[in-house]
Each structure stands twice: as structure tokens, then as C-alpha cells.
Design a protein around this ligand. Sequence first.
Ligand code: SF4
Length: 200
Amino acid sequence: MRVIFWHIKIETIKKLLEEIRDCSVCKPFLPLGANPIISASYQSKIVLASQAPGKIAHEKSIAWDDPSGKRLREWLDVDKKAFYNPDNFAVLPLGFCFPGKSKTGDLPPRPECAPLWHKKVTDQFVNDPLYILIGNHSQRYYLKDNLSLTERIKNFEIYLPNYFVLPHPSPVNHFWMNKNKWFETDVIPILQNEIKKRLK
Ligand code: SF4
């Protein structure tokens, strides 16, 4: 009976990911076309919910394989092998496709995406995963509050054990990092401890 249950779980999430990878709902708004970037397993222990893939991720069809990903792995204290194992980490941005650029940086994730797909994916998880909410877009979507990113991160402990809030690890965020040095000294060690507990 148990074997049948796990077989159904594996097939269900496989079909769902195939359906998402074929999605072109907001193609007319995507300057480089649809290329949904997502990875997940029904066993994922940690969910990385960020904003949307950037141009590099779109071109490589792989998330977090850039300086932001390098810093994120340092914060999490994991190597690439552990990071790209979907049984450990699901990659679930708020928008799965690169949304294009504005004059000031990447556009926000397409608003169609998370309401259409997120719950279908998160309903498949069996391990009650930790959601790491990276940046304002995913924090607003999941926490539904009006706080600033800095206020949330200063109060990160109130969101545990379900959520861990982080700034985006992009090098362009260096101004925020320099202004809030407590983040790397006080918050990151607690994050690393949470990750160790989840991955053991
Ligand atoms: S961003 Fe999401 S909803 Fe839009 S085409 Fe890509 S997968 Fe589909």
C-alpha cells in the first residue's frame, strides 16, 4: 500500500512539473519567451521562494548558477551538490519565467504565475518544508503584511518554524548588506543551524 502511495506521489509531481514547463500563459509579456525554471520533489525539505529567474538563469535554464547563487549557498552553508538536489531544496520563484528588464533592474515576477501554480506544487510536499522567502515579492505573497524587508529580517524569529526571511543575495544589494551588518553576524548563523536541522 505504502509503495503505491509513493509511486502516486512521484508520478503526480512529475506530471505537474511537466505541465508547468509547458506553460505559456503570460508568453505575450515575456521578452525572451516562456522558459519556466522550477525544481521540486515531493520530499523537498526546504523551499527557496524568490522573485523570478534573471537573464542568466533564463539563458542557462538553471537557477542560482551565478554570483547571487554563490552567496546564497554561502549563507545556507551548502555545496552545489546538496543545493541542486530537489529532495533537499525546491526552487520555487514567484514567477517561473524571466520577466524582462526595466531601467532600474529586472521587472517584478509575472503576477499570473504564483496564484496559478504555487499551491499545486506546495500541496505535493510531504515533509512540511521550511520556506525561505528571498526578497520582498515572495515575503509579501506568503506573509501578506505591509512591513519593510528590513523590519521583517530584524524580526525573522517570529516567522519560524515555517518561514525564514532573507534579503536577495545579489551583489547589487551591497548597500543594504553594508548598512545592516548585523544580518551576516547575527542572522546567518541561525539560518545555517536551521538548514542543518532540516537536512540531517
Ligand atoms: S511565468 Fe509562470 S504563468 Fe507565466 S508563462 Fe511562465 S510558468 Fe507560465
